[in-house]
Design a protein around this ligand. Structure first.
Ligand SMILES: *Cc1c(COP(=O)(O)O)cnc(C)c1O
Length: 337
C-alpha cells in the first residue's frame, strides 16, 4: 500500500431542489478500506509517521468508528502493530468493529475518565519494549487532518477549472471539525468566497464551533496568516436529530431516495444526516439557483449496519438507534469518532 491519493471524483446529481445544481465529491471512493475522510487524513499521518521512522501505531476511538477501522487497516497493510485505546461503551456490534478485530488491532478498553493516562501508559510501555510508537489523535484531529482537507479543497479548485463550474456552497457532515477547518482554510488560502456549511452531526454550536475555529486559526498561524473570527464559521447544529448516532424517518427517507436516484449510499449517523440537513438548510434559507457541492465523507460500513438490520423501508422507532453510547449523552459526540 503506497500513501497517495489521486483526486476523488466529483459527479453531478439528478437533484434539482429549488433550481439549484448539485454535485457530490466522492471521498467514500478513496482507495483505502472503504475510504472516507478518515482515510484521507490517515495518509497524512502515515507520511509523518514514516518520516519519524516510527514502527507502531497508537490511536484513540471507539472500535466501531470509521477512524479506527482505517487506522487498523493502514497498520495491517504496513505490518505495524496497532493499539487502539477505546472508551468502554455499550456499542452494539458493528461492521467497523468486526473489521477492526479482523485486522488484528489490539483494543485497550478504558473508562472515559482515564483515557489520557491510558494513552500515556501505553506509549510508555511500547517504548520500554523497544518500539517507536506514533500517536494519531481520535478522528484524525490536528494539523495533518486539517492539511488533508486543505488539499481536498485544492482538488475542488482543480475540478472547477477543468469542468468550467464554480461552486457557491459546500455542505458536509461536521464532527470534530477538522474536515471543516481544512475546507475553510482552503477557501481562505485561495481567496475564495464559497460558503462552507458544516452540518453538525453531534455537538451543539457552543461546543462544536470553537473547536473548528481553533483548528482553522492554528493552521493559519502556522502559515503566518491572520486569524478568522468565530462568526465566519458556519457550524449548524439544528439538524442533529437528537444527537450523535440518532436519526429519524426523514433521514432514512433521504438515504433511500439518494440510493435509488443516484446510486450512492449514505449512512444515518454522518452523511445521510448531513444530506438531509443540507436540504433543510436550503429550504429554510430559500437558497435558489446556486451550484452546491456536497462532500461524501465516507462511512459506507454504517450504511450496511443500518441496511442489514432494517433495510430502507422500515420506519424508525426511538429504540432503534444503533450507536448509542454512554459517552454520547455526556458530551454530545459519542465515542464513535
Ligand atoms: C468522522 C466523520 C465525519 C466528521 O469529520 P470531522 O473531520 O471529525 O468533522 C464526517 N463524516 C464521516 C463519515 C466521518 O467518519
Amino acid at each position: 500500500m503506497k500513501p497517495f491519493i489521486t483526486s476523488t471524483p466529483i459527479q453531478s446529481l439528478t437533484e434539482t431542489f429549488q433550481h439549484n445544481r448539485f454535485y457530490i465529491k466522492r471521498e467514500d471512493l478513496i482507495p483505502l478500506s472503504f475510504g472516507g475522510n478518515k482515510a484521507r487524513k490517515a495518509y497524512y499521518f502515515l507520511q509523518e509517521m514514516e518520516k519519524q521512522q516510527a514502527n507502531c501505531l497508537v490511536t484513540y476511538g471507539s472500535s466501531s468508528s470509521n477512524h479506527c477501522r482505517v487506522i487498523a487497516a493502514v497498520a495491517a497493510a504496513k505490518g505495524y502493530p496497532c493499539l487502539i485505546i477505546s472508551p468502554s461503551s455499550q456499542n452494539k456490534p458493528t461492521i467497523n468493529q468486526q473489521l477492526v478485530e479482523t485486522l488484528n488491532a489490539k483494543l485497550i478498553y478504558t473508562p472515559l475518565s482515564q483515557v489520557r493516562e491510558t494513552i500515556q501508559q501505553t506509549i510508555e510501555q511500547l517504548k520500554q519494549d523497544g518500539l517507536k510508537p506514533y500517536f494519531i489523535p481520535g478522528g484524525g484531529h490536528g494539523h495533518n487532518g486539517t492539511q488533508a482537507y486543505v488539499d481536498a479543497y485544492r482538488e475542488i479548485k482543480a475540478a472547477e477549472a477543468e469542468n468550467d463550474v464554480s461552486f457557491d456552497m459546500i455542505f458536509h457532515a461536521s464532527g470534530t471539525g477538522t474536515t471543516q477547518a481544512g475546507l475553510i482554510c482552503g477557501n481562505y488560502l485561495f481567496e475564495d468566497s464559497k460558503k462552507i456549511v458544516g452540518i453538525s452531526i453531534a455537538r451543539d454550536m457552543k461546543n462544536g464551533r470553537p473547536v473548528v475555529l481553533e483548528s482553522v486559526n492554528t493552521y493559519l498561524e502556522s502559515h503566518s496568516l491572520p486569524p478568522i473570527s468565530e462568526a465566519e464559521v458556519i457550524f449548524d447544529d439544528r439538524y442533529r436529530a437528537g444527537g450523535y448516532g440518532k436519526y429519524h424517518e426523514d433521514i432514512i427517507e433521504v438515504i433511500k431516495q439518494v440510493f435509488i436516484h443516484e446510486g450512492i449510499a449514505l449512512d444515518p449517523t454522518y452523511t445521510g444526516k448531513a444530506y438531509w440537513g443540507m436540504m433543510q438548510y436550503i429550504k429554510e434559507h430559500q437558497i435558489e439557483h446556486q451550484t452546491i457541492l456536497f462532500i461524501h465523507t465516507g462511512s459506507n460500513p454504517l450504511f450496511f449496519d443500518y441496511f442489514q438490520k432494517y433495510g430502507l423501508t422500515r420506519s424508525v422507532r426511538n429504540e432503534d438507534h444503533l450507536y448509542r453510547t454512554a459517552r454520547a449523552s455526556e458530551n454530545g459526540l459519542g465515542s464513535n469518532r
